[in-house]
Design a protein around this ligand. Sequence first.
Ligand code: SAM
Length: 206
Amino acid sequence: MHAVRDPRIDFFENLAKHWDRDGQSPDETVERVGQLADLLSLVPGQTILEVGCGTGQLTGWLAEQVAPGRVVAIDFAPAMVAQAQAKGIPAEFRIADVCQEAPGLRCYDLALCFHSFPHFRDRHAALLNLGRALKPGGRLLVMHLCGSAAINAFHTGVGGAVAGDHLPDAAEWPPLLDAAGLKLVSLTDRDDLFLMEAVMESGPGD
Ligand SMILES: C[S@@+](CC[C@H](N)C(=O)[O-])C[C@H]1O[C@@H](n2cnc3c(N)ncnc32)[C@H](O)[C@@H]1O
């Protein structure tokens, strides 16, 4: 039996070409995240997984922060990855679905879902795969440059394939994370920032 194709793939494929022009500009993304850099605790030498990298608006900045470490950036929409690759960013880009496969095993210091987590159709599977990909003690960050109420309302307003793509409620995070061997460290949800940080305690079978 064939799995049903996630309708969000086509949704984002269709947006890829004009993503940097029609949405938040890459410069604004880097400027705003740069102002919050202390919260991310990026350290030279780290290996980072960026999940749902889109056109790579943040990828180059991440690579700069962790050099000589490395960034692996994944997205399941090939057109998004193509846009990102065309920028010549020093990172490894892959077409991959985080709900379907672990993007590596115990090899990342940090997994960052920037403006992407609500779109993961199976959040249990995504967290399990991210948990497998993180080193013990590795961190997971889910980040948005606005609060959850605004994100959820925005996706409802956009409609179509992403209409129901909402962030988990505060009470939903601990059990979701626990099931993947992750532990909630902090949750910030204010008008200008959503930031969930979790740490990988152990993996299934550890
Ligand atoms: C709102 S966009 C954000 C892109 C980029 N992070 C940015 O801020 O410009 C969400 C991205 O997540 C990707 N995505 C959604 N579900 C995914 C999944 N299951 N696996 C990998 N990527 C996914 C989409 O293709 C899209 O590029």
